[in-house]
Design a protein around this ligand. Structure first.
Ligand code: CA
Length: 236
């Protein structure tokens, strides 16, 4: 049974998340403090993490989670107005975030998606995206397609697409994209990233792809949608 650790000090929120996950077949433990979370961390498969805890910051838990051998994926809970925290959490290694207030259904969908990506990453089963994503970027041939139609991309557009397709559904911050596409030490502005993504999205659209395939996550960054277009949270 997949074990989920819910790190949240507000009992009503913790219980409602736990209830939904248990109903969906997960084993759930709740920790209300940083100290309790650190004790449980090595024995779980996924962590849902509130950032504001009574004895410290969720970032402490996130840092330790990234360094443990099991390195369980982490989904951060953040309040609506803490955009900086969301970006910082993703850059510290969080796998996804959910903004409060959220529906239990949304949490369950994110948990499933993150676990699916984690399983795929460790198995290194297929190259590229799940079948629901009609985009591809083959790094060996530098060939990119949407709905099997070839895309004529610049080097940067190709690298951006390949990076995003490395983890469909995962949000990449602009800093992460700059790091992966240009590498360290390049003075690339957020606006430069945005204009390359705009160019990429235009080519995808012109080739018949949905403009929503490459999603802008407001204030945070970009991701390739891993949901069939038109559905809301996908795998219900
Ligand atoms: Ca809290």
């Amino acid at each position: 049974m997949t074990r989920v650790l819910v790190v949240e000090d507000e009992p009503a929120i913790a219980e409602s998340i736990a209830y939904s996950l248990r109903r969906d077949g997960y084993a759930v433990q709740i920790a209300g403090t940083v100290a309790a979370a650190l004790r449980e961390l090595s024995a779980v498969d996924l962590v849902i993490l509130d950032l504001m805890l009574p004895d410290g910051s969720g970032f402490e838990v996130l840092g330790v989670a990234r360094r443990t051998e099991a390195a369980p994926p982490v989904i951060v809970l953040s309040s609506r107005d803490s955009e900086a925290d969301r970006v910082a959490a993703l850059e510290t290694g969080a796998d996804d975030y959910v903004t409060k207030p959220f529906s239990p259904r949304e949490i369950v969908a994110r948990v499933r998606a993150v676990l699916r990506r984690a399983a795929k990453g460790s198995a290194q089963a297929s190259n590229g995206a799940p079948p629901s994503v009609p985009l591809s970027a083959d790094e060996s041939t530098r060939r990119a397609t949407v709905h099997n139609r070839q895309l004529d991309l610049t080097r940067v557009e190709f690298d951006l697409l390949a990076c995003l397709l490395g983890a469909p559904g995962r949000v990449f911050t602009r800093a992460q994209l700059i790091d992966r596409v240009w590498g360290d030490g390049f003075a690339i502005t957020d606006r430069t990233i945005d204009s390359h993504v705009k160019g990429l999205r235009k080519k995808v659209t012109e080739a018949g792809g949905d403009p929503g395939l490459i999603e802008t996550v407001r204030g945070v960054g970009y991701r390739v949608s891993d949901r069939p277009s038109g559905s809301d949270e996908g795998d219900a």
